[in-house]
Design a protein around this ligand. Structure first.
Ligand code: ATP
Length: 353
C-alpha cells in the first residue's frame, strides 16, 4: 500500500520549499522501496482571497483520508490578518484531527554556527501539549471599551488531556536518554500547573527508569541559553511549549532549520508535519528560501510512517551538506539557491546509500 500524503504548500516560501521536500521524498521512496500517492491542496491565503475561506468544510473529509499531511506555510500578513490565516487552517486542523502532540526536535546541524558561545552540541526534543491549556480559547471581555474593561483568558487543563501528553513524553524519554524536564509555572499559577505537576508525578511512578526534573519555565529558558546540553526531553503546556520551542529554534541558528510534527499518536487521523518558519514574504519569490526545515519535516513524517531508515538517511545527507558548508542558502551565510541545496542533498543521499 502506498503512503497517502496530502500536501498543503500554502503561501510565500511555502510554495517554494514544499516541492523541494517532495523531491527528496520521492528519491527516498525509490531508494527505500516504498510507494507514495501525493495529492496537492490549494488552501492558503491566496485561496482565502478568492473564496472567502481558508479551506472549505469538505477539505477535512478529503484530508482525513491521508496517512500524513505536509504543510508549507500559510500567511500573507499584508492582505490577510494573521489570526484569520492561523485560525482558518492550522488551528482547525489541530482540533479536528486531535493533533494533541507538538513534537519539536532542536539540535544544531554540523558546521553551522549557533548564537551560543562554543556552539554546544545540544540535542533536545520538546513535547508540547497542542490541544488545550492556555490556547483553549476560553474567556471573554467584560465591559469592553470602557475604562473598567476586564479581559479573561482561562487556561483549561483536563486531566485526560495532560495525562496523554505527559505519557507521550515519558514514552519518548525512555527511548532516549531517560531524562525528562517538566516545565511549568506552578509557583505563579496555583490551579492549572499544580494539577499538571501532579499528573507528571503520578505518571512518573510508572516510569521508574526516567529521571524527572521539575523546572519553572523561566528557569528552563535560562538553562536553554546557559547549558542546553543538560536537557533531553522537555514536556510543556501549549503556551510554555510555544515560547520554549521558539527560543530553542533560535538557538539552532536560522529559522530555515527547525521543523515540527503535529501528531495524533493513535493514528485515528493523519498527523501533520511542517517547517516551523512562516511564509517569509520578505524573501518569497526569490528562490533563496532554505529548504532544510522542510527536509526535516519530511524526516519526521517518514519516522512517524515507520520509515525510520529513510528518515535517518535523509538527516545524514542534510548533515553532510551542512558540515561541508559549500551549498548553503543566504540565511546560513551562503549563496546557494533553494534547488541547489536539494541537489546537494540528493548527491549525499547516493553516497549514504
Ligand atoms: P509568520 O507570522 O508567518 O510566522 P514571520 O514573518 O513572523 O511570519 P517568517 O515568515 O518565518 O516569520 O520569517 C521570519 C524571518 O525569517 C524572515 O526574515 C524570513 O525571511 C526568515 N526566514 C524564515 N524562513 C526562512 C527560510 N526557510 N529560509 C530563509 N529565511 C527564512
Amino acid at each position: 500500500m502506498p503512503y497517502s500524503i496530502g500536501l498543503i504548500p500554502g503561501d510565500g516560501i511555502g510554495t517554494e520549499v514544499i516541492p523541494e521536500g517532495v523531491r527528496v521524498l520521492e528519491a527516498l521512496a525509490a531508494w527505500f522501496g516504498f510507494d507514495l500517492q501525493i495529492t496537492d491542496y490549494p488552501y492558503s491565503c491566496a485561496y482565502y482571497l478568492e473564496h472567502g475561506t481558508m479551506m472549505p468544510e469538505a477539505a477535512f473529509e478529503a484530508l482525513k483520508q491521508h496517512d500524513a499531511i505536509l504543510l508549507g506555510a500559510v500567511g500573507d500578513p499584508r492582505r490577510v490578518p494573521d489570526h484569520v490565516s492561523l485560525r482558518g487552517l492550522l488551528v482547525p486542523l489541530r482540533q479536528r484531527f486531535d493533533l494533541y502532540i507538538n513534537l519539536r526536535p532542536a539540535r544544531p546541524l554540523p558546521g553551522l554556527p549557533t548564537p551560543l558561545k562554543g556552539n554546544p552540541a545540544f540535542d533536545i526534543v520538546f513535547v508540547r501539549e497542542n490541544s488545550e491549556g492556555e490556547y483553549a480559547g476560553a474567556g471573554g471581555r467584560l465591559r469592553q471599551g470602557t475604562p473598567d474593561e476586564v479581559a479573561l483568558q482561562t487556561t483549561v487543563f483536563t486531566r485526560k488531556g495532560v495525562e496523554r501528553a505527559v505519557r507521550y513524553a515519558f514514552d519518548l524519554a525512555i527511548k532516549r536518554q531517560k531524562r525528562l524536564a517538566n516545565a511549568t509555572k506552578s509557583n505563579a499559577m496555583q490551579y492549572a500547573f499544580v494539577m499538571w505537576d501532579e499528573v507528571v508525578a503520578e505518571v512518573a511512578r510508572e516510569y521508574p527508569d526516567v529521571e524527572v526534573t521539575r523546572y519553572h519555565a523561566d528557569a528552563l529558558a535560562a538553562m536553554l541559553v546557559r547549558d542546553p546540553t543538560r536537557l533531553d526531553v522537555v514536556v510543556a503546556s501549549n503556551l510554555i511549549g510555544d515560547l520554549l520551542t521558539d527560543l530553542a529554534g533560535a538557538l539552532q541558528g536560522s529559522l530555515g532549520l527547525p521543523a515540527s510534527a503535529n501528531l495524533n499518536p493513535e493514528r485515528t487521523y493523519p498527523s501533520l508535519f511542517e517547517p516551523v518558519h512562516g511564509s517569509a514574504p520578505d524573501i518569497a519569490g526569490q528562490g533563496i528560501a532554505n529548504p532544510i526545515a522542510t527536509y526535516w519535516a519530511v524526516g519526521l513524517m517518514l519516522e512517524f510512517l515507520g520509515e525510520a531508515a529513510a528518515a535517518r538517511a535523509l538527516m545524514q545527507a542534510v548533515e553532510a551538506v551542512t558540515a561541508e558548508g559549500r551549498v548553503l542558502t543566504p540565511d546560513l551565510g551562503g549563496t546557494a539557491r533553494t534547488g541547489e541545496v536539494t541537489r546537494a542533498v540528493l548527491e549525499k543521499l547516493e553516497e549514504v546509500e
